[in-house]
Every structure is written in structure tokens, then in C-alpha cells.
Design a protein around this ligand. Structure first.
Ligand code: NAP
Length: 435
């Protein structure tokens, strides 16, 4: 019998568990440990609430979770309730599937001012993550700047723009819906330090921006090369650039909507200024060098705004005594192996790139690596050992059956048309699992 502990119950964690189940059948136990009492990580608290079809993948994870040999062990913090060293002594393999929940820091002057918000906090807020439920972002100003040209920036701008009706069928949490209902936003500006050809927004998601009830995307012709040059682009980027071109003035896109979403390309933020809170952002124009890197030109301008949301990527938080790659912001590893017996997978392995689906081959690959190292297993105590340790420490873990009760209560609390109303604090989640 082999015993595997997976830390993190998001896509990378559940695909790894599924792979272990498929490889070993009944000859494995898999315990999926999570700090929250609720599973599915990024699916629950990262994927946008109006992208329910993406969130539906959790049904596949549920199938894995309901297997005899897979256990969800929620409400357990590694490093506090149990250490990595203890887990390594109890399990043949410990797989870190902890994602990349921390913002890559924005290091410009003024980034500590109230009103500067990282995407982890903003996304966590509208998705009901307990860590960010009290964020209370100031949405009473007219202009918001969103730094970054990736899909997270796009999610943030779309959520800020939608009307209440457009959130029908979503699971945006009540506190966010209520605050957005009262927002005074008229302009959202994307700051991209490079150009349209370097856009990291993907076509389907970018296309959605052109169909919002009260917001219109606007790009500026002078930022674009001649249209015939698009032919040389990789197909995905070419499609995205096609959408951007449809946002040019006179492109037939409807105008006159109350919110403008402006694409400001070749625009690098250099400082945020304000008297006790964000009032403006200073931007420097850039040009690209031969390696397509943004180089400052010395020409600056300022944009008035009351909120700056930084969507410039994420980092995996380090764990004591686990080798860490500071430059890349993830665990130091070779193909997911940190050392024999200790592994990482998903964003914790490769950094915050790719789609949810990218984690599937990742999860299956890591189990092959684990298999090379652990053979038939080393007679470790596994789940029984963990339970004994929890008994000794009075740690109360949340099971998958408990989660189903929490979920039942969330579904029962849903507003009309919504799939659920999430609990946003840990105490309420834990209380809801009681019969
Ligand atoms: P991302 O795709 O890597 O985009 C990050 C953006 O931030 C890039 O435009 C980057 O510009 C910019 N940036 C980085 N450092 C910067 C700095 N110091 N100053 C200014 N700009 C800076 O990351 P993401 O948006 O966080 O998304 C993470 C992953 O999740 C991606 O794979 C994404 O596709 C995926 N995702 C998918 C969806 C979906 O709906 N399908 C939704 C959300 C996220 P440069 O290109 O110049 O570095």
C-alpha cells in the first residue's frame, strides 16, 4: 500500500489524486489537505463567478473525491496543524499543489497607498474567499486603472463593468454584488507595458468584452501595426488582436455606453500618487526592443484614478524547509520532483500559466514521477498516523461529507437564479456542516 498526501485541493491537487487512483486502484490512499474547510481552490475562489461553465469541472473532482481511497482533509494548515516533516514521515509521497495565491508585488512608488489592490485580494473579494471578504474596495470614484494585459485583468474589468442582470446565474457573492450595484465607475483603463501583439488575454475571454450591456472597450489605432502584419502572428494571438481591432473607433462597435474600457498600450506604471489615498498614476510610454521587452522612453503622463488593481501575475508562498526558487516565485524542482518523497505540481511547480486543463497532464505526470521513487510503498502509517496526530493535537479536520453539508446550505441560501451563496467566513462554513 502506498500513502500519498496532496497539499491543496484545487485542480492540480484533484488531477493528481485522480491519476493516483487510476494508476494504483485500491493499492493507494490519497489524503488531500486544505487550509480552508471547502475544496476546489482556484475553481471556487479564482475562476470568475460569471464563468460557471469553467467551474463545472469541479464535478469531475467530486467523482475523484468520492472514491473510497481519496479523503479530503479540510481546515488543516500545513505548518501550523502539521509540519511538512511530519507529513513526510507519515506518507510515501507529499505533493505540494498549493497554487500561486500571492500577488507578484508591484514595486513602484506609492503602491502602499490605500486604493492600490492586488488581484489576489480583488478576485478573492468577489469570489468570497474568507481572507478577502472584508476588502471593501472603494468603488465610489469614476476611474479605475487595471495594470496588466492578462486574463486576470480581463476578469477584473468585466466584473467591474457588468450590470446586476448580467450576473444572473453567477455565484458572485452578495457583498460584492451589493457594492458593485452602487459603483460610480465610468472608466476602466488597462495599462499594458507592451503592445497589442504581446497581449496575454485569450480570444474567447477578450471577445466577451465586446458584448457587455453598459461598457464599451476602446483601443487606439496608433498602437497597432499595419493590419497585414497580423498574418504572421500565432493563431491565438491573431484572434485576440482581431478582437482588439474591433475595439478601434469607427470599427462598428457600439458606443455611448456609460462605462469606457480603454486599452492603454506601451504604458508602464512608474508611480502612484495621492494624499493618503490613490488619486493618480504616473505612466511612462515604452517602446519594444529587439527582444520584445518594454523599454522606457522618458515620456510620462498621468491618469486620474481612485483605485489601481494590479494584475501582474502570482507567486507560490514558500514553505519552511522546502527549497524555493526566489526568481521564479515557486518551489525549486526538476519536473516536479523537489527531492525523493517531496513533489510539486500545477502552478506550484511551473508558475502561474496555462488553463485549468493544463493541470491534468501535470497531475498525471507527477504520479509517474512519484511511482518511480516510491515503488510499492515503504510501510508508512499514512492516514491512520495523521488521524492519531490530529487526535493528540485536537485538530478538527473537515471531511468531504462535511463539505457536502456546507454545500447544501450554500445552495439553500442562493438568491433566485444563482447556483449558491457562498459562506465567506470559516466559522460559518464549519457551523454549516453540523446536522
Ligand atoms: P499573465 O497572463 O501572465 O498576465 C500578466 C500580465 O501582467 C501581462 O500582461 C504582463 O505583461 C503584465 N505584467 C507583469 N509584470 C508587470 C509589471 N511589473 N508592470 C506592468 N505589467 C506587468 O497572468 P494572469 O493574468 O495573472 O493569469 C494567470 C494565468 O491564469 C494565465 O495563464 C491566464 O490565462 C489564466 N487565467 C485564465 C482565465 C480564463 O478565463 N481563461 C482567467 C484568469 C486567468 P508582460 O507580457 O509585458 O510581461
Amino acid at each position: 500500500m502506498r500513502h500519498i498526501a496532496i497539499i491543496g485541493s484545487g485542480p492540480a491537487g484533484y488531477y493528481s489524486a485522480e491519476a493516483a487512483q487510476k494508476k494504483y486502484g485500491d493499492d493507494v490512499t490519497v489524503d488531500i489537505i486544505d487550509r480552508l474547510p471547502v475544496p476546489f481552490g482556484l475553481i471556487r475562489t479564482g475562476v470568475a463567478p460569471d464563468h460557471q461553465s469553467i467551474k463545472a469541472v469541479s464535478r469531475r473532482y467530486e467523482k475523484t473525491a468520492l472514491g473510497e481511497n481519496v479523503h479530503f482533509v479540510g481546515n488543516v494548515t500545513v505548518g501550523t496543524d502539521v509540519s511538512i516533516e511530519e507529513l513526510r514521515s507519515l506518507y510515501d509521497a507529499v505533493i505540494l499543489a498549493t497554487g500561486a495565491p500571492n500577488d507578484r508585488p508591484l514595486t513602484i512608488a506609492g503602491s502602499e497607498l490605500p486604493g492600490v489592490i492586488g488581484s489576489a485580494a480583488f478576485v478573492g473579494w468577489y469570489n468570497g474567499h474568507p481572507d478577502f471578504a472584508d476588502l471593501n474596495p472603494p468603488l465610489d470614484g469614476k476611474s479605475i486603472v487595471v495594470i496588466g494585459n492578462g486574463n486576470v485583468a480581463l476578469d477584473v474589468a468585466r466584473i467591474l463593468s457588468k450590470t446586476e442582470d448580467e450576473f444572473a446565474g453567477s455565484d458572485i457573492v452578495a457583498h460584492a454584488l451589493d457594492q458593485l450595484r452602487h459603483s460610480k465607475i465610468e472608466k476602466i483603463t488597462f495599462l499594458g507595458r507592451r503592445g497589442p501583439y504581446q497581449i496575454a488575454m485569450t480570444p474567447k475571454e477578450l471577445g466577451e468584452l465586446g458584448h457587455l450591456d453598459r461598457a464599451v472597450p476602446i483601443a487606439a489605432s496608433e498602437d497597432f501595426p499595419a493590419e497585414e502584419e497580423d498574418a504572421a502572428l500565432e493563431p491565438g494571438v491573431r484572434k485576440s488582436v482581431g478582437h482588439l481591432r474591433s475595439f478601434l473607433p469607427n470599427s462598428g462597435e457600439e458606443t455611448g455606453k456609460p462605462i469606457a474600457i480603454e486599452f492603454d498600450f506601451f504604458a508602464m506604471p512608474v508611480a502612484i500618487e495621492g494624499d493618503g489615498k490613490v488619486e493618480k498614476i504616473i505612466v511612462e510610454k515604452t517602446q519594444l526592443d529587439d527582444e520584445m521587452r518594454a523599454q522606457a522612453t522618458g515620456e510620462t503622463y498621468s491618469l486620474d484614478c481612485s483605485v489601481v488593481i494590479s494584475c501582474i501575475g502570482y507567486r507560490t508562498p514558500p514553505i519552511d524547509n522546502v527549497p524555493y526558487d526566489e526568481g521564479q516565485g515557486r518551489f525549486a524542482n526538476v519536473d516536479g520532483r523537489i527531492s525523493p518523497g517531496l513533489y510539486c505540481v500545477g502552478w506550484a511547480r511551473r508558475g502561474p500559466t496555462g488553463t485549468i486543463g493544463t493541470n491534468k497532464p501535470d497531475g498525471f505526470a507527477i504520479i509517474e514521477t512519484v511511482a518511480e521513487d516510491i515503488g510499492d510503498g515503504g510501510g508508512k502509517a499514512g492516514r491512520d498516523g495523521l488521524n492519531k496526530l490530529f487526535n493528540d493535537r485536537a485538530v478538527e479536520a473537515v471531511t468531504f461529507r462535511d463539505w457536502k453539508k456546507i454545500e447544501e446550505a450554500e445552495v439553500a441560501n442562493a438568491r433566485i437564479g444563482a447556483p449558491r451563496e457562498k459562506f465567506t467566513d470559516i466559522e460559518a462554513m464549519i457551523a454549516a456542516r453540523k446536522p
